[in-house]
Design a protein around this ligand. Sequence first.
Ligand code: SF4
Length: 414
Amino acid sequence: MRWPYPPGESRQTAKQGSPNPAALLSWFDRHRRVLPWRAPPGEVADPYLVWLSEIMLPARRTFRRKLLEWYDRNGRSLPWRETSDPYHILVSEIMLQQTTVTAVAPYYMRFVARFPSVTELAQADIEDVLKLWAGLGYYARARNLHACAKVILTRGAFPNREEELLGLPGIGSYTAAAIAAIAFDRQASPVDGNVERVVARLFAVEQELPNAKPTIRKLAAALAPVRRPGDFAQAMMDLGATVCTPKAPACGRCPFAGTCVARKRGDAETFPRKKKKREGHLRRGAAFVAIRADGHVLVRRRAPKGLLGGMTEVPTTEWIADFDAARALAEAPQFAPARGTDTDMASRAVSWRRVPGVVTHVFTHFPLELVVLRARLQKSAIAPDGMYWIAREDIAGAALPSVMRKVLAHALGD
Ligand code: SF4
């Protein structure tokens, strides 16, 4: 690579002559290295990453050496680590998506014994693949793995670069990087939850997840070595799984105990920072508890999909932010008329009384407040369409969600 001496100058003349900043910048534009903490041309670099790179660069070699030494002594012994067959590593990585190492191990052994190569998996019947997967959950993974094997067989070669792997069925950025690093020793850096935690603590990344993900990925990429990148990736995962655990990290056993920023600050457990879950706006509504003279209670089944899908409930109004209690009665269950009366008269004959107080419940996305209206009906009362009576003694064994148990306890005084 030639240094950009000003036009018409040689090395000797340039030494004596004036520097040429424009030529230097033009040379830099053409030859700049792509580094995780450098912004693309024309953009401003993240000062936090630049600052970290200044700390990290001098220490990076020591960091890698220490981690690999630790891994050689403490790495977990796992069935898929006894092979470098990319297909076996693919199977293990797909199984490990959303599932623990302990749960995966026996499934992995059975799977690779039954389908020992890409060809055998690609030619297998999907039903046989699903049968072997039964119990491991997330069955889309099995279908994707099967489809992936077919694509690889058609191509005639196992893709060995991160970007080629990324296009295969069921392979996202983490899995592509993991296979590239572990099976092909490419300088890739897979970042799973374990690695995310280790990196966030090592550098005390103050940004909250999920916004911190790009920063953490860049930091992890800057650490990945050219030599033994597969071992390094697995070492980071093992360190997160066995030493830098979410609660009570064993910093005394960590190869980075002397340099970890979070440990020095004494608040390692608080990393990675996470965005507080939004509580959501309060929703309100009314629940109707109709009790027959023989003690049976009126219930219905919720729609199969959505919140509390398929569960049993007492009839309620909609749960909404601007609920108007005065209009709740309009949504009360309509009972079939007794002989000689019409539906309106039958429903007007039901006397709904408000039970003092409210029932509160917090769902993941919103808190709920229900007023409870109670009515007592004759034993002969017929349940409205889509509803049915349930005996008091059967309530305990019914598929009632917690919020409905609270409503019944409130109404029945249990
Ligand atoms: Fe995690 Fe402690 Fe090691 Fe820091 S020193 S990386 S907090 S185990």
